[in-house]
Design a protein around this ligand. Structure first.
Ligand code: FAD
Length: 539
């Protein structure tokens, strides 16, 4: 039998472009992470410390408990050399990832606050601008050369392109006489260190979670945090005096909010800054008891809403877990048998985040617009622009899904239960390429995070039923009534499925659409399509 071909992405949707499954497997077999690690190990490391640079990227925007920044500071202090910080702003990079206006603004606001904080430590934060993605390294390199930096520190970013960028920097280092040091900072357990008995990185959540809990219970130092950097000495400060008045980058035109009113509303909802993140975490701990019982009920607002702070690294997960540890009787045993259900449940979500980073390094093709299960690349998706439009505006006639899609528009955030439901509806019931939804999330969310998002969007055969999901998780219909005002006066269980549960005349008065597709029929269509298209697929 002829080998089935992967369908070509349609030309009018460049965001759907991706490499072949063959290329994906090649990258998995020779990962850029391995290459980078090898190059780091073979570096010359006898440079005299003249000036030290910490390069902030968009995932470590804090000065507290920042591993690379701390080590940069210690290196500079020991040698009496100046410490300088830099951030390279690259609008093309924001476009490449589809970063939302909200996340762009959040990043820039945090950078401005950090610049002020660092100034109090007599450390300059220099803003550089690279017009194109391939200009990022040369732009940083010119700063390194201009001020004779001997040591560059940064925290690892685990996405393929970001690893390749660091490989490029390292090659410059070898030519340009500086040394590069990268630190693992995003997680508690370093990715690729929780292994199966046969020595392979764990992939399955339950064993990973069990192993993670055991390690953290036995070794509380895994949660140790490091202090903010030391002040530059007055001599060191003098040497870098001209770098203190660097101006924060402006928001690129295509990343601006529609209005100042919208911007102000979002900034109020998601205030920037480390202290704002810590305050939010503290308010969450005050009600963490409710988490186990109501975390899946989107009306109860009982999750932490810490995701934007974790995604941009404004607060580290170690700092957050130190606070949880205090609540947990000063114990780092977060397993089910030892911790309160709220604590156990919340830490479990952090562990998902950790596993997803391990997965990103283990199967880097997941950062290349390719599904984890490569067979899904063989599915023929529907080109249903009307269906997509209704999905995005929240007018599918499916209350739970529509409510979620309206929440994301207003809050640049969506409750996890809804993320699960709206994604399933898009690629199962509408049979629209899941990549379109993944991209829309990136373009809208303030908490966009490549590994959480791509793995959240990983297609599967599970088709969520939005009516029973709503009945179970939003039992009073409060969330639906809040976000879909057309249904606010609908009484009782009719709110979950008004088209089928109200008399025709009553339904017609609501001004709310009938379901765009039939759930049962489209569920059967999706299963059939997945089965038939993946049957002979040989990625
Ligand atoms: C389709 C889909 C897309 C998603 N896209 C993103 C994304 O772009 N960015 C993002 O941070 N999360 C994403 N998630 C995961 C999850 O929905 C959010 O992290 C969570 O809703 C954030 O709210 P919270 O901070 O109140 O979570 P809490 O319940 O308080 O959880 C605490 C933290 O744990 C992590 N976490 C929680 N749930 C998950 C999860 N399922 N997977 C991985 N980490 C988790 C987050 O960092 C979160 O802040 C996605 C999930 C799905 C199903």
């Amino acid at each position: 039998m002829a080998k089935r071909k992967e369908p070509e992405p349609p030309a009018n949707h460049p965001e759907l472009k991706h490499p072949s499954t063959k290329r994906a497997k090649e990258v998995d077999a020779h990962t850029p992470y391995e290459e980078l690690k090898g190059l780091l190990e073979s570096q010359k490391i006898d440079h005299e410390v003249k000036a030290v640079l910490h390069w902030f990227r968009s995932k470590d925007l804090r000065i507290h408990d920042n591993r690379a920044l701390h080590d940069a500071s210690e290196t500079a202090k020991e040698a009496g050399a100046p410490l300088i910080c830099a951030y390279v702003h690259c609008p093309a990079e924001l476009n490449w990832h589809g970063t939302s206006p909200a996340r762009t603004d959040f990043i820039i606001e945090n950078l401005e606050l950090m610049q002020k904080e660092l100034k109090k430590h007599d450390i300059p934060l220099v803003f550089l601008e690279a017009s194109e993605r391939n200009e990022i390294v040369p732009t940083l390199f010119s700063l390194v050369r201009d001020i004779s930096i001997s040591h560059v520190f940064a925290n690892y970013e685990y996405e393929v392109d970001e690893l390749r960028r660091d490989i490029k920097l390292l090659k410059h280092g070898n030519e340009g006489n500086f040394q590069l040091a990268l630190r693992h900072d995003q997680t508690v357990k370093e990715p690729l260190t929780l292994l199966t008995n046969s020595g392979k990185p764990m992939k399955v959540f339950t064993p990973y979670h069990k192993a993670w809990c055991a390690e953290v219970a036995n070794d509380p130092t895994l949660l140790d945090t490091v202090p903010a950097p030391s002040k530059n000495s007055s001599d060191a400060k003098k040497k870098v005096a001209k770098l203190f008045d660097s101006k924060a980058p402006g928001v690129p035109k295509e990343k601006q909010f529609a209005s100042n009113e919208e911007r102000d509303g979002i900034r109020k909802m998601w205030p920037a800054g480390h202290q704002a993140g810590i305050d939010r975490m503290q308010s969450f701990i005050d009600q963490i008891d409710n988490y186990a019982a109501t975390r899946s009920n989107p009306a109860k607002n009982s999750t932490s809403r810490m995701s934007p702070y974790f995604a941009a690294g404004v607060v580290s997960v170690r700092e957050a877990l130190q606070m949880v540890k205090k609540y947990n009787g000063n114990s780092t045993n977060f397993s089910q048998s030892a911790a309160d259900p709220g604590v156990y449940g919340w830490v479990r979500e952090i562990v998902f985040r950790e596993l997803y980073r391990q997965t990103l390094l283990d199967t880097p093709h997941t950062a290349m617009n390719m599904p984890q299960n490569l067979k899904f690349d063989f599915v023929r998706w529907e080109e249903d622009d009307e269906g997509y439009k209704r999905w995005e505006e929240g007018t599918l006639g499916v209350p739970f899904v529509d409510a979620g899609m309206r929440q994301i528009k207003h809050e640049v955030y969506m409750h996890n239960r809804l993320r699960m439901n709206v994604s399933s509806y898009l690629y199962c019931n509408l049979l629209i390429n899941y990549r379109r939804g993944e991209r829309y999330f990136a373009e809208t969310l303030i908490d966009w995070d490549l590994s959480n998002n791509t793995q959240g969007w990983e297609p599967s055969y599970t088709v969520f039923n939005p009516v029973s999901q709503a009945e179970k998780n939003d039992p009073d219909g409060e969330y639906i009534r809040k976000w879909v005002p057309e249904l606010k006066d609908v009484k009782g269980k009719a709110v979950f499925d008004p088209y089928h549960r109200l008399p025709k005349e009553e339904f017609e008065k609501l001004g709310y659409p009938a379901p765009y597709v039939d759930w049962s029929k489209t569920k059967a269509r999706a299963i059939e399509r997945f089965k038939s298209d993946m049957r002979d697929a040989e990625p």
